[in-house]
Design a protein. Structure first.
Length: 100
């Protein structure tokens, strides 16, 4: 698949069905690199790429952790933990009824 990042073309391998995800990833990288270049403080393409990679990795690390998915999308880890705790409480209450 041919893509353009910071005005330069690249040929990238892409698994079947992964074109949309790769296109999105390329857009994120291009946007980040362009922002760094346009700020005017860094000129070398290699340094811009390293800074963009660090910025994107940091953003990824700061995202909330999701451990499950639902029909409506990802479920935060906290929700899964709460559901697990409620199930344990319901089991402890037995036939007396559910807490919620």
């Amino acid at each position: 698949m041919e893509v353009t990042i910071l005005g330069q073309s690249y040929i990238l391998a892409c698994p079947d069905g992964g074109e949309a995800s790769l296109t999105t990833a390329v857009a994120h990288v291009d946007k980040e690199m362009s922002a760094i270049r346009d700020a005017g403080k860094v000129k070398a393409r290699e340094r811009i790429a390293v800074l963009a990679a660090l910025n994107l990795a940091y953003q990824l690390a700061e995202r909330p952790v999701t451990v499950a998915t639902h029909a409506n999308g990802p479920v935060p880890a906290e929700s899964v933990q709460i559901d697990t705790m409620l199930a344990r409480i319901d089991a402890a209450l037995g036939s007396d009824g559910h807490l919620l």
